[in-house]
Structure formats: structure tokens, C-alpha cells
Design a protein around this ligand. Structure first.
Ligand code: PMP
Length: 330
């Protein structure tokens, strides 16, 4: 049987860019012979204007992955310890290792949350960086803002704390941390964001960190000359101008996520509340493998972990296909 296939393993948005963004990108292709800016000052300014801060509080990179690389180059090299949850976004342990640092991993709690107390306790005199994700990848759980500030108070101010908010665009404003208020009190904090998820620009590789100007300057020193594409700036500008449309799509995706989560729970499965664009099916390893194999047999591609399966929220047809296959497997 030939099927379209459902690509649900990378937490991509199932929608291509809105028409106005596509048009802006097509127009920009006519200047593909020209280099972008030497360092992406215009793009930093654009993001800073949108956030209402000075541009010296922003550093952009080739996706959040690019920014993470620069952060670990600055803070995670020379055998420094980097404390993080496990599982977490694969980029953290991989890039830490590439930079010569040592990932110190702390297991999630049984309900899929990062164990902040255990992470604070894992800090030693060799720790230079601590990473928290909210929403967390792969479980979708949110760190309540008050818990995160308690955590910041428990970490020595000499250690940099990264709050990875790659999925923040899927979180209601009222449930997000107040980034600038936190930065005023904790200048050792760096907040990481990306245009790959809510904005659906994964192919164009745009991410950024917000932080104290001194910290930002240290990370920006690692930026590659001409390292961002000119299309990245064009797409971000056009997305900001199409904000209402972007938000409407995120709302639709939230409905699909809730339908997927509810459908999986109705099958008797354990699924933490997700604040991101994926749902996590908590299953013991062998069951996770079995369900993932059945899904792959139906041309549905997901990511498997030792304690479960992460399923990206796709369109309605993808949710129908996932639910039908899981129903026939569990
Ligand atoms: N952080 C988290 C938590 C992620 O899940 C991802 C991508 N899956 C990234 C960062 C990196 O995203 P990108 O490089 O596409 O911006």
C-alpha cells in the first residue's frame, strides 16, 4: 500500500509558511548572489524590537542548536560539567561532548518532569552550566515559573543557567516566565528560543538567546562570519508581520494536540499534560519499541526513548492515523 507517511519524529509544524512569508522568501531569492550581513546585527535588532529590549541582550544563531553550540563553547569546554535532565533535547549532551565538556545527567521524575531539586544537588565546583527546558523535550511538561525562580536561587550566581524555551510559542502567555523580570534578578540566566517550532521555519535555521549584555557578548564572540542566511532575516520579518496568522495556526495545533492526548488517554495510556507540539506516551522500553514498530509499519515515524514515545502533533489525518494504529497495538 502506498501511503503519504507521517513525519512525527522531529517536532516540526505540519504547516508550511503563510503565503505572505513564502512571497517574501521568493522575492529574496533574486538576491541569492549577495552575502548576508557579516554578523547578524539587523536580525538581532528585529528580534529585540519585537521583545521590547536592547539588541545587546540578544544573540542569534543557526537555530537554537547553533546558539547552544556557542554557549557550550564558552561555558562547557575544558572538562567543565554541564548539568541537564535525561532524556532531554539530544543537542545538549552531544554538543557538550563536542565542546570537550562533560554532560552530568539527572533522571526525570516518574511523571515526566525535570527533577529540579536533584539537578541543583548535582552541581559541583566543576559545574559551569545548567540546562532546564520548559516545555521539556520529550515530555512536554512545563516548569511552573515560581519553581523555576526557586531553582535559580538554589544555583550559585557564578554558574550560567540556560532556560530552553524552544516550545514557548505553544504556551499561553499567562503560564510563561517573565523573562526580563527574571533577568533583572538573575543575570546568570540565558533564555533560548527558536523560529523552528511555533513559527515553522525549521529549514531556515534561526534561534536566539536573551540575556544580560555581558553574557550575550561572550557568546556572540563565537558567531561564525556570514553564518546566518539572508533568507532567515527575511522570513523572521515577514512572520512578525503575519503574527495573527501564525497565532491562529498555533491555536489550531493546540486543538490537535489536545485531541491526540485525549485520544491516547482514552486508550488507557499514560500521557503527561503537554505544553508543546508533541505528546509523550509513557511506556516501558519493550512496549515503546513494539508500539513504535507498529507505527513505523503504518508509515508513521516517531521518536522512541527508554521510557516512552514522543509523537509530534501533525494534522487531523496524522492524529487519526496515530490513534488507529496505537488502538490496534496496545
Ligand atoms: N531545544 C529544544 C528543547 C529542542 O527540542 C530543539 C529541537 N528539537 C532545539 C532546541 C533546537 O531547535 P533548532 O536548532 O531547530 O532551533
Amino acid at each position: 500500500m502506498i501511503t503519504a507517511g507521517h513525519r512525527l519524529q522531529l517536532n516540526e509544524l505540519p504547516f508550511g509558511p503563510p503565503p505572505s512569508v513564502r512571497e517574501a522568501l521568493s522575492r529574496a531569492l533574486a538576491s541569492a548572489n549577495r552575502y548576508p550581513e557579516f554578523l547578524p546585527a539587523r536580525l538581532s535588532r528585529l528580534i529585540a524590537e519585537r521583545l521590547g529590549c536592547e539588541p545587546d541582550r540578544i544573540v542569534v544563531g543557526a537555530g537554537a542548536t547553533g546558539v547552544i553550540m556557542h554557549i557550550v563553547q564558552e561555558f562547557g569546554s575544558g572538562a567543565a560539567e554541564v548539568v541537564m535532565a535525561t532524556p532531554t533535547f539530544d543537542g545538549f549532551p552531544i554538543l557538550t561532548g563536542m565542546a570537550g565538556g562533560r554532560p552530568v545527567t539527572v533522571s526525570l521524575t516518574g511523571d515526566g518532569r525535570q527533577d529540579l531539586a536533584a539537578m541543583a544537588a548535582a552541581v559541583t565546583e566543576r559545574t559551569r552550566l545548567v540546562v532546564v527546558c520548559s516545555p521539556h523535550n520529550p515530555t512536554g511538561t512545563l516548569v511552573p515559573p515560581a519553581d523555576f525562580e526557586d531553582f535559580l536561587r538554589a544555583i550559585p550566581a557564578s554558574i550560567t543557567v540556560v532556560l530552553d524555551e524552544a516550545y514557548v510559542d505553544f504556551v499561553a502567555e499567562a503560564e510563561r516566565v517573565d523573562v526580563f523580570a527574571l533577568l533583572d534578578r538573575h543575570p546568570n540566566l540565558l533564555v533560548l528560543r527558536t523560529f523552528s517550532k511555533g513559527y515553522g521555519l525549521a529549514a531556515l535555521r534561526v534561534g536566539y538567546a536573551v540575556g544580560d549584555p555581558e553574557l550575550i557578548e561572550r557568546i556572540a564572540r563565537w558567531q561564525l562570519p556570514f553564518g546566518m542566511t539572508a533568507l532567515a532575516e527575511v522570513a523572521v520579518r515577514a512572520c512578525y508581520e503575519a503574527e495573527a496568522e501564525i497565532e491562529a495556526r498555533i491555536a489550531v495545533l493546540g486543538e490537535h494536540r489536545d485531541r491526540l492526548t485525549t485520544g491516547l488517554r482514552e486508550l488507557g495510556l499514560c500521557v503527561p499534560d503537554s505544553y508543546a507540539n508533541f505528546s509523550y506516551l509513557t511506556l516501558p522500553g519493550p512496549d515503546a519499541e513494539r508500539v513504535a514498530t507498529a507505527l513505523a509499519g503504518a508509515d508513521i515515524h516517531v521518536k522512541t526513548y527508554p521510557t516512552g514515545i514522543r509523537i509530534t502533533v501533525g494534522d487531523r489525518a496524522a492524529t487519526d492515523a496515530v490513534l488507529a494504529t496505537v488502538r490496534s497495538t496496545v
